[in-house]
Design a protein around this ligand. Structure first.
Ligand code: HEC
Length: 147
């Protein structure tokens, strides 16, 4: 009887561990797509284009998405200025105001579109820093202001 109890305990313990492990796995996959709640707690207040967004773009995007860069050459997207971002690619806007899920600008940071992921070149090594992704997403959700 006491053995059976021990067995049950072991099974229970085992399934708790399995559950925790699978929850972790789930959290990691979903982690690439920050939820709205995470964006809210990232930092109180408004994201600033000049102080928060532009430094990220400058370090990770502008080398290709500015005159002379292959990103601008191939897609028409100039990320070196607010006006350029708003203009988008030769196919149209990359920002759907207030919706970071629908905006190509932020969508390509967390997932691929026809194999394309940004910043290009980071594809093999992973993703842009999570904090940066959240900052860019939050900026789009707050209306992509030139602030
Ligand atoms: C190493 C160069 C490089 C870097 C760095 C880079 N890009 Fe790009 N990007 C490209 C190229 C090349 C294309 C065109 C790809 C194509 O159309 O096949 C492109 C296209 C895009 C597009 C348009 C995609 C579409 O569906 O038309 C977006 C949006 C974009 N990049 C965003 C970014 C952002 C945001 C960053 C920084 C976080 C970034 N890129 C960094 C090279 C780069």
């Amino acid at each position: 009887m006491s053995n059976g109890g021990g067995m049950k305990l072991k099974i229970l313990f085992g399934s708790v561990i399995l559950t925790v492990l699978s929850l972790n796995g789930f959290a990691e996959d979903e982690g690439l797509k920050p939820a709205y709640d995470a964006i809210k707690v990232l930092r109180p207040g408004e994201v600033s284009f000049k102080n928060d967004v532009q430094p990220i773009l400058h370090d990770y995007c502008v080398s290709c998405h500015s005159p002379g860069g292959k990103g601008l050459a191939k897609s028409g997207l100039d990320l070196s200025s607010y006006e350029g971002i708003m203009k988008g690619t030769v196919y149209g806007p990359v920002i759907v105001n207030g919706n970071s899920e629908l905006s190509t600008f932020t969508k390509l940071l967390t997932g691929t579109n026809k194999g394309l992921k940004m910043p290009m070149g980071l594809n093999s090594t992973g993703t842009l820093d999570r904090q940066y992704i959240l900052t860019l997403m939050k900026w789009v959700q707050q209306g992509a202001k030139n602030n």
